[in-house]
Design a protein around this ligand. Sequence first.
Ligand code: PMV
Length: 334
Amino acid sequence: MEIQKFSHSATALAHPNIAFIKYWGNRDDALRLPANGSISMNLEGLDTRTRVHFDGSLRLDELQIDGVPTGGESLERVKRVLDEVRRLAVMQVFATVDSQNNFPLGVGIASSASGFAALALSASGAVGIDMDESSLSRLARLGSGSACRSIPGGFVEWVTGTGDLDSFAASIAPQGYWDLQDCIVLLSSEPKTIGSSLGNKLAGTSPFQASRVADTPRRLSICRKSILDRDFNAFATIVEEDSNLMHSVMRTSCPPLFYWLPESLTVMQAVRVARAAGLHACYTIDAGPNVHIICEALVSGDVVKLVENLPGVREVRLAKAGGPARLVDNSAQA
Ligand code: PMV
């Protein structure tokens, strides 16, 4: 076929995920091979929908996020994934990527995770290369580490592996296994100043990172078992410990990264007091000020009441465990 006439597109949908055991720091920055394994839950109802159109008449790759033409580092990361798809498909056609989110960007909800998971699936789907779940997870990882966890559904573990071929994520329990809910307490809608890609590169500058990484197999095993046993108290303790450990590394890296606001700490303390009084809720925070309160879905109304009037709380968004990334349209034309 003439290159000029090449026109293949596909659209995929993926959810962000919230990590219970966090990924922070790479063994290999280019391949995003993580320093430690991680466990997360996909977030239902928060969606990124990405359409990729490989078009033989284009001279360059083009990216739009929520309708805004986007270049710079975001486009470079998108190209990294598209280049890998072009290599696998043995073709040299540029693409337009149009990504739409139904939640705010850069505020601690991992839009890069859902974005790169949807991109991996739509780009490979558009050119018709057949990739299994682990290959898609590896492809998404090239754009954003945590994106590899948004390919499989439900509760997911990303294993460090020994290299590119065996560092991918897989489900450890399906979406409906445990009725957990993430109550996302939005404190700020300001985009963060240092994103997680750069932050991940700084992790090794903290003297605490080596001991955090060395202790990860213990935390992974407790977290995995607590999910499989649906043991909320064991789960809550390890999730909070893991988040505190990651933020200790962040705050002691060079330069230091302070993602919490004073209001974040107020929410965290309210959650701890309520749990001591019997509420099945715990907190975790990513690379932003917003607090994710993980609870059993039955008590999410109590969690909302607990925090909605605390200082600085703008909104509380609820999300249950979500499904895998999926193709929603595949309209390849020759
Ligand atoms: O995948 P990245 O580069 O956006 O890094 C994600 C890092 C955290 O969200 C802070 C932790 C995690 O495991 O999701």
